[in-house]
Write a protein that binds this ligand. Structure first.
Ligand code: GLA
Length: 372
């Protein structure tokens, strides 16, 4: 051994070599034959995130439990073909151009009406059908953040009119894994015509490990005193109402399954609601939610610059086969999607989602993992 290799081995053993960043691996092909790649990020504690160029999608996320045992806590597929099959319900993807619903697939900007695909009768959902952001190939490059994290920066230029939306838009999504078992996602967009933008990540979490039977035993706190009630197609009525006294109240830790039965016969079929995150005046990044699995002790804390968070209990999961042949049962995972409120483009009293030329869309969400 040379002196250098001894030093290198020692540094790696002691974990002082900084975050590990692996070169991309092959993740299969799209239906039209384009190559898909997958990037691996690993920090000095062994926390690993894998992200694919198809949809800038978070594919794996391995975090330790209270005994230091690792599990992959998000749903996904083993290769690109799974993501293009009918078992994929937006697993881990970058969702847009506009995530969530736009009523009847229509909106107006400067007097001009735009019509989008109806893919969630009678509404438009998650950016469309063929060229929504989860279905396109993103360019990727490795990056290092100012605060010492290693990451991957994904970029995609969406042409004017793609999926019916106006404007040529340049999107950037940066995934950065930090020392403190924290994954940070930063989104940025610029347009050449006024256009609505609302981006989120659609990861499905089960802190006992993806493929575990249920998520109803998890404990959840959502930092929101209010929510946006919806009609029977999950379009907000425009009102903002208190959660107090309803089954939607997660202002203190509550077991997810404790009251969910009361929602079985509603349009949402469970939890599928947008919460208005509590935020102090001028506060940029605010606590959105804390999720705990009592069995493993794993805990996820989500902070965001976004005004809302959609809490969805995997009500449409249908026993599809995922990574490593595991089955994803009804309500065996949940989503906590930070975002602007659904249908904001048609609701003038909701925070604005229309990006104008010359302005920059920016959004940050931080997922911090711990265990106790
Ligand atoms: C979002 C929606 C749900 C559902 C899932 C994807 O969370 O709010 O109603 O469409 O995406 O299946």
């Amino acid at each position: 051994m040379t002196r250098f290799s001894i030093l290198l081995a020692a540094a790696l053993t002691l974990g002082i070599a900084g975050n590990v960043q692996a070169k991309p691996a092959d993740f299969g092909k799209t239906k039209d034959g384009k190559k898909v790649q997958i990037y691996t990020l690993e920090n000095e504690n062994g926390v690993t995130a894998k992200i694919s160029t198809l949809g800038a999608t978070l594919v794996e996320l391995h975090v330790p439990d209270k005994n230091g045992k690792f599990a992959d806590v998000i749903l996904g597929f083993d290769d690109a073909s799974g993501y293009q099959g009918d078992g994929n319900q937006y697993f881990g993807c970058t969702t847009g151009r506009v995530c969530n619903r736009i009523a009847k697939g229509k909106f107006k900007i400067d007097g001009k009406e735009y019509t989008l695909a109806i893919n969630n009768e009678p509404n438009h959902l998650h950016g469309g059908v063929e060229r929504s952001l989860d279905k396109v190939i993103w360019k990727a490059k490795e990056i290092t953040s100012k605060d010492g994290g290693k990451g991957v920066s994904f970029t995609y230029t969406s042409p004017d009119g793609e999926e019916g939306y106006p404007g040529k838009v340049n999107f950037t999504v940066n995934y950065v894994l930090l020392k403190k078992n924290t994954l940070r996602i930063y989104y940025r967009a610029k347009t050449d015509k006024a256009t609505p933008i609302n981006l989120t990540n659609h990861a499905y979490f089960n802190l006992a490990g993806a493929g575990s039977e249920t998520v109803l035993n998890h404990m959840l706190r959502i930092n929101a005193d209010k929510y946006t009630p919806g009609d029977n197609t999950l379009i907000p009525t425009g009102k903002i109402e208190p959660v107090k006294g309803t089954v939607l109240d997660f202002t203190k830790f509550k077991k997810i399954g404790a009251r969910i039965k009361k929602l079985d016969d509603t349009a949402a079929l469970g939890y599928d609601h947008n919460y208005v995150i509590n935020r102090k005046k001028g506060q940029k990044i605010a606590l959105a939610a804390i999720l705990r699995d009592p069995g493993s002790g794993r805990k996820l804390t989500i902070r965001t610059t976004e005004p809302g968070i959609q809490f969805y209990t995997g009500n449409f999961l249908k026993d599809q086969k995922g990574k490593g042949g595991k089955t994803y049962a009804h309500r065996s995972a949940l989503c906590l999607e930070t975002q602007h409120y659904p249908n904001s483009v048609n609701q003038p009293n909701f925070p604005n989602t229309v990006l104008k030329p010359g302005d920059v869309y920016e959004s940050t969400t931080v997922y911090a993992f711990s265990a106790d």
